[in-house]
Design a protein around this ligand. Structure first.
Ligand code: ATP
Ligand code: MG
Length: 776
């Protein structure tokens, strides 16, 4: 037997070597589902199956890349090159480019991101003169998105009075008209949004049987990871493609279905056995990722859900530490607890930053955590949020590049036709938009033929418009021979973008220039990387495709050692030795918006299960008694999810406990107040029924000594100042206030105080006994 197969247990081996027919692996977190898919593809190739015939769909492109690398290490890189692996969106965008003419699209269609869609919807709402407080662009977009994911086309919409009625009830009677206009405008601009990539694929496979047959024959073997989170549109694509050969292997965990709010349908996994004949069902039970405490804690929580398949998850791994529960006064304190715990654990256990992840329910929670990490100088990386490619300056560059490929791209044109300023004003643009709508042509074409139109404008404006067209056409010529890096370098200069951004000497302006430089660097890397892929050339078109379809996890920069911050939704499939789940408070997690029905609450619980099962060695759950939300300090109660975990797997740290474990930490929070004088706000919140205060004798607490801290070195080393060796003029770092200079030292014995001028916090007097300072 192949050697790599010995890296699987018996239960994993079975589905790995079962190649033909429909099959499903249903198993809990960390049991090796993704590993099975990876090894299975390697095994299929070793049995002579042509990689061209294998299609593998993953949740992120990064996951696909990692799988591909692993497979390449088993079967060789040249063979692995030919595998089709990636997200639904990236794979079907490729197919749509090949088949676009059938749907009346150019093969170089643009992919609109959410921002582009919002802008277009915004302008349609304006043009229709609708109330933008009722018709909010983002809400309208999400409504349109849900139509598309349920395959409700514009025509189907108007044929269904119930839909119209529902929108009218929601005070948006013109939804259908906006939907129609949006679809028409995207089509005219040669643009598809994300949902179109699936909707149009479905259209392609249904309307053109010969196309369906072609891809059925091509993808004789189909594999899908995270099957529990496929939506209806994705489900239909998989069904159609696998219908002929029925060699379909899906893996998933119903307990980790967390995308219902985006249309994912948990029934896809529950009904799989009904969809195909003779489905082989495999179960994996051994978890290889986490300690016993984590696995058991996670089991005890998911047990509370009523809708679930019965599954067993156990592990032979160590018992590990109990899941820590920590209560803070405020979100700021929570951040400081997380940062100092990372700092200390890293020191004590010789770990890297990348061994830690901080997971939260909503993006907004990252701010207080970030503040604390920065104060501690702990490097971190936030995933999600505004991605690099959505920053203003980057979108400006990309818009020029998009126009080169597809001059009909309305959103790109509107963005840069007068940036840098060329004296083309809004009145001119309004005339062009009206004309383009009237002639049913793109704005670009209207400008090209401006003399043949009946648009009234002066000769000067016409020249400015024509100069813009000439500029883009000159880029198009260059695009025929240059790679994306050479082209972009030229475009940023001759469009005037570099000059424009260069004028701005503020720190923000400098950052913009750095970002553009970073973009160009990325392109250089991309051109190099494309050499690894069959048929790729490093062209602009390839680059834009890559950028448009990058998921939030894909834009990974190098392999810097950083703590990872992300929402739980993004963390699916990932693993980290130490995981903090923060903000475990009622109304935040579970979210206030998801507590109306049992099924919503169960989805929140699954989300919590996903979060907890990312941890390999240690999990920490934190919550705060009050937190800033929408600019106001609000009181909060601990999340019900903490209480739902079987208490034997928890270690609940009370604030008192927290002080004993780390008295310096509390001193820090309160500046120069002695910890035992701190009055905690009386706990008006219910304490857990299962709360168990870990009683440790104070004497047992070991103050940091020179032994367990880094040695004192004069040059660049850090020192703990418990022994008060601090001199005027020293530059020090404080956990909360950052860097500062010592101005004065006064007092003696245990009362020595230092007056320190902090760069960002003014002058502060700190009691050295408690303030944790480092000389730098
Ligand atoms: P999730 O549900 O979170 O996606 P999963 O079921 O896909 O999890 P994997 O990510 O494939 O699980 O595996 C979890 C961890 O266990 C990985 O680090 C993987 O390398 C390891 N692992 C899986 N199977 C084995 C095995 N037989 N021997 C050693 N390690 C294993
Ligand atoms: Mg997985």
């Amino acid at each position: 037997m192949e050697k790599y197969l010995s890296q699987l247990n018996d239960a994993q081996l079975e589905p790995t070597i079962q190649i033909d027919g429909p099959m499903i692996v249903i198993a809990g977190a960390g049991s090796g589902k993704t590993r099975v898919l990876t090894y299975r593809i390697a095994y299929m190739m070793s049995k002579g199956i042509d990689p061209f015939n294998i299609l593998s769909l993953t949740f992120t492109n990064k996951a696909a890349r990692e799988m591909k690398e692993r497979i390449a290490s088993i079967v060789g890189a040249s063979e692995a090159k030919n595998l089709w692996m990636g997200t639904f969106h990236s794979i079907f965008a490729k197919i749509l480019r090949i088949e676009s003419d059938k749907l009346g699209y150019p093969s170089n269609f643009t992919i609109y991101d959410a921002q582009d869609s919002d802008k277009l919807i915004g302008s349609i709402i304006r043009e229709m003169q609708l109330d933008k407080d009722i018709y909010k662009a983002k809400q309208v977009r999400s409504r349109i998105s849900s139509y598309k994911n349920s395959l409700i086309t514009v025509r189907a919409y108007f044929q269904n009075p119930e839909l119209k009625e529902a929108d009218a009830m929601a005070r948006r009677p013109r939804m259908g008209d906006i939907y129609k206009e949006y679809v028409d405008r995207c089509f005219k601009a040669g643009a598809m949004d994300f949902d179109d990539l699936l909707l149009k694929t479905n259209e392609l496979l249904t309307r053109f049987p010969e196309v369906l047959a072609k891809y059925q024959n091509r993808f004789k073997y189909i594999l899908v990871d995270e099957y529990q989170d496929t939506n209806h549109s994705q489900y239909l694509i998989v069904r159609a493609l696998s219908d002929k050969f029925q060699n379909i292997c899906v893996v998933g965990d119903d307990a980790q279905s967390i995308y219902a709010f985006r249309g994912a349908n948990i029934n896809n996994i529950l009904n799989f056995q009904k969809d195909y004949d003779d489905v082989k069902v495999f179960r994996l039970e051994q978890n290889y990722r986490s300690t016993k405490n984590i696995v058991n804690a996670a089991n005890s929580i998911i047990d509370k859900n009523q809708t679930k398949l019965d599954k067993i998850v156990w592990t032979a791994n160590d018992e590990g530490g109990k899941v820590m529960v920590h209560r803070s006064l405020t979100d700021g304190d929570e951040g400081r607890y997380v940062a100092s715990t990372i700092f200390e654990t890293k020191m004590n256990q010789q770990l890297n930053n990348s061994d830690f992840a901080i997971l939260y329910r909503t993006n907004a929670q990252s701010r207080s955590i970030e503040d604390a990490l920065r104060k501690r100088d702990i490097p971190y990386r936030i995933y999600g949020g505004l991605s690099f490619y959505q920053r203003k300056e980057i979108k400006d560059v990309l818009s020029y590049l998009r126009l080169i490929i597809n001059p009909a791209d309305e959103e790109a044109l509107k963005r840069v036709i007068n940036f840098p300023p060329r004296g083309i004003g809004q009145t001119t643009m309004d005339k062009l938009i009206v004309a383009a709508n009237g002639y049913k042509r793109s704005i670009f074409e209207v400008i090209k033929n401006i003399d043949k139109t009946d648009i009234r404008m002066n000769a000067g404006t016409k020249t400015k418009l024509q100069n813009f067209v000439t500029l883009i056409e000159s880029f198009q010529v260059m695009n025929q021979s240059a790679d994306v890096f050479e082209l972009a370098e030229h475009v940023t200069k001759s469009s005037g973008l570099i000059r424009e951004f260069g004028k701005d000497a503020t720190p923000e302006g400098v950052t913009r220039m750095e970002n553009i430089e970073e973009l160009l660097n990325g392109m250089k890397d991309f051109v190099e990387g494309q050499k690894e892929i069959a048929d790729a050339t490093g062209s602009l078109a390839e680059f834009l495709e890559d950028v448009a379809l990058a998921t939030d996890l894909d834009n990974e920069k190098g392999d810097e050692d950083q703590v990872s911050l992300m929402t739980i939704h993004l963390a699916k499939g990932l693993e980290f030795p130490h995981v903090f789940i923060v903000g475990l408070e009622e109304d935040l997690f579970p979210s206030a918006m998801s507590m109306n029905t049992r099924s919503e609450l169960e989805e929140e619980r699954r989300l919590f299960y996903v979060a907890l099962t990312r941890a390999e060695k240690q999990a920490y759950l934190t919550y705060a008694l009050s937190r800033y939300r929408w600019g106001k300090l609000v009181d909060s109660d601990p999340s019900r999810f903490i209480e739902e975990i079987d208490e034997q797997y928890l270690e609940v740290l009370t604030p008192v406990e927290e002080r004993r474990i780390n008295p310096m930490l509390s001193a820090d929070i309160f500046g120069d107040v002695e910890p035992n004088k701190i009055r905690y706000k009386p706990a008006k919140h219910p304490t857990f029924k299962k709360t168990k205060t870990v009683k440790k004798e104070p004497e047992k607490y070991q103050a940091p000594t020179q032994k367990n801290l880094k040695p004192v070195t004069k040059s660049g080393g850090t020192t703990n100042l418990f022994d008060n060796k601090l001199a005027v003029g020293n530059v020090v770092k404080h956990i909360r206030f950052g860097t500062g200079e010592v101005l004065k030292i006064e007092g003696d014995g245990g009362d020595v105080k230092a007056e320190i001028k902090f760069q960002h916090g003014g002058v502060k007097k700190l009691l050295l006994r408690f303030a944790k300072l480092e000389v730098i």
